[in-house]
Design a protein around this ligand. Structure first.
Ligand SMILES: [Zn+2]
Length: 401
């Protein structure tokens, strides 16, 4: 049995743990206890290849203790949830808002979707995670509230952590939306505006209806424009986002996060079946579609589109490594120089679309030390371990100029 990298090791390990209930070690592996009392599995041929026992297999999970260093119990396939919760827990301004009880003044009791209960359960959980306890915390009551908002998350099936993130942020936003209900007025035509003005006005109109701490911190906006190849008529749309879903460029080997951003903003020709109905020509025409980021958020969450369906409708995963560092610079539409972001959280996915495991890496706000959050275990890791082929979602916070 050979292992190419730590990711494969983890994938195998998890299968072992679930299928064999950890009765036997694969050939070549040996169990050891390190100086910190952790159980490690070392490969005989390469002592650098090692794995830790997942917390689910230990009688009692170990958290490091300290603010935002408490583990979360796995309730049965809930690693997707724990992973995103730990990334959000490491989002300092959001955590502060809940720890200070500032959210209590913003709860939107006019809606009946259960999002108020979700907001309160999320706040309770953040307080427990920031309480400094070494005992792992159960997210059961939080999960129960989320299941009421979205039935997809009521059960214990494996889920995509990006879909969970998106659902949670929407739920929190609805529960905290301070915007007064607006009359359904017909939007004035904005066609006469230039690109930057158009996007600014769209954002202003969006904010009239959507005003919450979630929007304040996490929401950005991108603008897509379709230009008719026959008459050059342009049609633009703006869309708010809580996360940027970036495609991975189709090249061999590793790639860089900047290349994924370029791929996202790359012009796309719409032709044949995909051609577009031009309102000026009043018929289908070939067109060119471009997407640009028109507003960057304070907290930028990037989702790497690793999962896709093949032509035979088989779920597949791209496992290539995307290189990223602690700093990211992005320029939004209209120039003004690049904006600098600092990485503080990563959601990792190991394994296949059919069966896998999620863990989070988070940079602790008090110590700047990186930790791995693997359900109920929290262990420190080196900064150079943060970028791996398992990275699936990246959490960045804007550095004030
Ligand atoms: Zn046209």
């Amino acid at each position: 049995m050979s292992y190419e990298n730590k990711e494969e090791i983890k994938g195998t390990h998890i299968r072992l743990a679930t299928e064999l209930a950890f009765l036997a070690l694969p050939e070549g592996w040996q169990e050891l206890t390190d100086a910190f009392g952790r159980t490690l599995y070392i490969h005989a041929e390469s002592p650098r290849r090692y794995i830790e026992v997942p917390s689910a297999m230990t009688p009692m999970g170990r958290s490091s203790g300290g603010s935002a260093l408490t583990g979360l119990r796995n309730l049965g396939n809930t690693c997707y949830m724990n992973t995103v919760l730990q990334c959000l827990c490491n989002t300092v301004p959001l955590a502060q808002y809940f720890l200070d009880d500032a959210f209590r003044g913003h709860i939107n009791r006019t809606n009946e979707t259960g999002s108020v209960e979700l907001v309160e359960a999320f706040g309770e959980l953040l307080k427990l995670l920031w309480g400094g306890g070494t005992e792992p915390v159960s997210p059961a009551s939080f999960k129960n509230s989320l299941g009421k908002v979205n039935l997809d998350f009521a059960g214990f099936q494996q889920q995509d952590c990006q879909e969970f993130y998106s659902c949670l942020l929407n739920g929190l936003h609805v529960g905290l939306n301070r915007a007064l209900p607006q009359e359904d007025a017909v939007e004035p035509s904005l066609d006469h505006l230039g690109d930057a003005e158009f996007a600014r006005e769209k954002w202003r109109l969006h904010r009239l209806r959507h005003s919450s701490v979630v929007v304040d911190y996490f929401q950005g906006q991108f603008k897509s424009t379709i230009r008719c190849q026959a008459c050059s008529h342009q049609s633009s749309q703006c869309e708010p986002f809580f996360e940027l879903s970036l495609p991975l460029p189709a090249c061999a080997g590793r790639t860089e996060i900047e290349a994924c951003l370029k791929e996202f903003e790359k012009s796309e020709r719409l032709t044949g079946n995909e051609s577009f109905h031009c309102s000026n020509c009043d018929c289908k025409q070939d067109a060119v579609k471009t997407i640009t980021i028109s507003k960057l958020p304070q907290i930028l969450v990037i989702h790497l589109k690793r999962f896709y369906y093949s032509q035979g409708d088989v779920a597949c995963k791209l496992t290539k490594k995307v290189e990223f560092g602690s700093n990211l610079e992005i320029t939004e539409m209209g120039g003004g120089g690049p904006r600098s972001y600092d990485l503080y959280g990563v959601a990792n996915h190991y394994g296949t679309p059919a069966g896998g495991h999620y863990t989070a890496y988070g940079k602790n706000a008090e110590t700047n030390q990186w930790h791995e959050f693997n359900d109920d275990s929290v262990t420190s890791i080196r900064a150079d371990e943060v970028c791996s082929p398992a990275a699936y979602m990246l959490f960045y916070s804007s550095i004030a100029a």
